[in-house]
Ligand binder design. Structure first.
Ligand code: HSE
Length: 438
C-alpha cells in the first residue's frame, strides 16, 4: 500500500528550526494538498529545551538528546539545522546509517564534507537535499538540478551573503566606512557577533563551491577556492567606483572554461547597468548562463527564519513525494549521476584574465604617472581610463586606473614593482572588474 504518512525529526531548534516548526503548523493543510502526505514533526532535539521560541509543541516532542531523533525508528527524514562541522557531520552520518533521508541547511558541511556524506547516502540508499544551504529561500539548487538540467552552464555568478551585501550597500549609500556599517549591521541583527565567516568571504565560498559543483558536474576542493572578503574595501574606493559607473559587490564567480574551471570569491566592480548591481541590502541573487536558456537571474531573501524554512520544507516535501511514490534516486544529490562527476582542474588565480581597478597613492610630482604606466606597459598591461582628482591632500594624491583585460600574474608582478617605487606611499589597492557577462 502506498505510504501517506511521513515522520520527520529535527536537529537544532534555533531560528531556522523555529521557522520549520511554524511552516509545519501553519501550512499543514497545504502540505497535504500538494503532496497527499500527512507530515508530522515527531521529535526535535536541541541542547536548549527551555527558551520560549514562540511556538507550542506537543508534550514529549522536544528533547536534549540528538540520539532520540537519529535512532527513532518512526522517523523517515532528519532535518539538520545545527550548523558547523561538529557534531553535525557525525549526526548526519549516523542518521544515514539508520536509513534516514537528510535535509540540511549546512553549507559549510556540504562544501567541505559533501562527498563523504553523499557516499554514505548512496550506500544506504537515502536522499540528501540542501536547498536552504545556498541563497536561503531562493530555489537555486533545484533550478540547477531539475528545471534547467538540460543546459550546459558556462557561468554562475552570485551575491550570496546578505551581511556583506548590506554592508556594501550602506557604504555606497551613506559614504560610510566599513567598520561603522559593520557595527550598525550587528546592532540590527544582520551580522553575527562574530562576523568573520561572512565578512571574510568564507560563507560565500562555501556556497559557490556547491553551486559550481552542481553546475559543472565536478568535485571541488573547497580549500583551493580563492576567497577574499570585504574588510579592505574603503569608502574612497566605493566613491571612485560610483564615479566610474560601477558598484562593488562581493561576487562569487564560477566559470566553465575549456580546460579548467574558475571558482573564486572577491570584491568585484560590476557596471551599474547590470541587474546584479541592483541587488541591494540583505538580498541575494544568482545569475546562471545556460547554453539553451541563456542568462537567468534568481533573486530573493538569502537568509532569515521564514525564507530558509521555506527551502527546508520544500526539500522535505520533495523527499516525501519520492518516498511515497517509490521513485528512488529521482534527482542525484549533486545533479549529475555519481559516476559522471569528474575532477576538473581549478584555474589558479595567477592565470585568470580580468579588468582591474588600481588605486595608487603617490606623491604629486612630475613624472609619477609616467613611471607607473611604464611599469604597467612592461608587464603587458594596457590602461583603459584614469582619474586623478583635482582636490587632494597636498602631500599625497590618489591615481585611479582602469585597465583593459590583463592576466592576474602580470598585474601581481607589476604591482610588486610599482609598490617598491619611492613615489608610492601606500600599498596599491586592487579590485577585479567583471564586464564580460555572457
Ligand atoms: N550569514 C549568511 C548571510 C546567511 O549573511 O547571508 C546564512 O548563509
Amino acid at each position: 500500500m502506498q505510504k501517506t504518512q511521513l515522520n520527520v525529526g529535527l536537529l537544532g531548534f534555533g531560528t531556522i528550526g523555529t521557522g520549520v516548526v511554524r511552516v509545519f503548523q501553519q501550512n499543514a493543510d497545504l502540505i497535504f494538498q500538494r503532496t497527499g502526505i500527512r507530515m508530522q514533526l515527531v521529535r526535535i532535539a536541541d541542547l536548549d529545551t527551555t527558551t520560549d521560541r514562540g511556538v507550542s509543541l506537543p508534550e514529549g516532542v522536544l528533547t536534549s538528546d540528538a540520539e532520540a531523533v537519529i535512532s527513532d525508528p518512526r522517523i523517515d527524514v532528519v532535518i539538520e539545522l545545527i550548523g558547523g562541522y561538529k557534531p553535525a557531520l557525525q549526526f548526519i552520518l549516523q542518521a544515514i546509517e539508520n536509513g534516514k533521508h537528510i535535509v540540511t541547511a549546512n553549507k559549510a558541511l556540504m562544501a567541505v564534507h559533501g562527498q563523504e556524506i553523499i557516499a554514505a547516502a548512496n550506500r544506504a540508499g537515502v536522499d540528501v537535499m540542501f536547498e536552504a544551504a545556498v541563497g536561503g529561500g531562493i530555489p537555486i539548487i533545484s533550478a540547477i538540478k531539475e528545471n534547467l538540467c538540460a543546459n550546459r552552464f558556462s557561468t554562475v555568478l552570485g551575491i550570496l551573503n546578505g551581511t556583506c551585501n548590506f554592508i556594501l550597500t550602506k557604504m555606497t549609500e551613506d559614504g560610510s566606512d566599513f567598520s561603522e556599517v559593520l557595527a550598525e549591521a550587528q546592532a540590527l541583527g544582520y551580522a553575527e557577533a562574530d562576523p568573520t565567516f561572512d565578512i571574510e568571504g568564507v560563507d560565500t565560498a562555501h556556497k559557490i563551491t556547491l553551486l559550481a559543483a552542481l553546475c559543472f558536474g565536478t568535485r571541488i576542493d573547497f580549500s583551493k577556492v580563492y576567497t577574499e572578503g570585504i574588510t579592505r574595501i574603503t569608502a574612497v574606493d566605493i566613491d571612485f567606483a560610483t564615479q566610474m559607473g560601477y558598484k562593488i559587490k562581493l561576487l562569487a564567480i564560477g566559470k566553465q572554461c575549456d580546460e579548467a574551471i574558475e571558482v573564486r570569491v572577491h570584491p568585484t566592480m560590476i557596471p551599474q547597468s547590470y541587474q546584479l548591481a541592483e541587488v541591494d541590502g540583505v538580498f541575494n541573487a544568482v545569475r546562471l548562463s545556460g547554453d539553451f536558456l541563456g542568462p537567468v537571474l534568481l533573486y530573493g531573501s538569502g537568509a532569515g527564519m521564514d525564507a530558509t524554512a521555506s527551502a527546508v520544507m520544500g526539500d522535505v516535501m520533495a523527499i516525501g513525494r519520492s518516498i511515497c511514490s517509490g521513485a528512488k534516486d529521482r534527482a542525484p544529490v549533486m545533479g549529475y549521476c555519481q559516476e559522471q562527476i569528474i575532477d576538473q582542474p581549478l584555474r589558479p588565480m595567477s592565470e585568470i584574465i580580468s579588468q582591474y581597478y588600481l588605486r595608487f597613492t603617490t606623491v604629486d610630482r612630475t613624472g609619477v604617472l609616467a613611471q607607473i604606466s611604464s611599469v604597467l606597459g612592461a608587464h603587458n598591461i594596457s590602461i583603459q581610463s584614469m582619474i586623478q582628482p583635482e582636490r587632494h591632500a597636498a602631500d599625497s594624491v590618489p591615481i585611479v586606473l582602469m585597465t583593459h583585460e590583463a592576466k592576474e600574474a602580470d598585474i601581481t608582478s607589476a604591482l610588486a614593482e610599482i609598490d617598491q617605487l619611492e613615489i608610492i606611499q601606500e600599498p596599491t589597492c586592487l579590485i577585479r572588474v567583471e564586464t564580460n557577462l555572457d
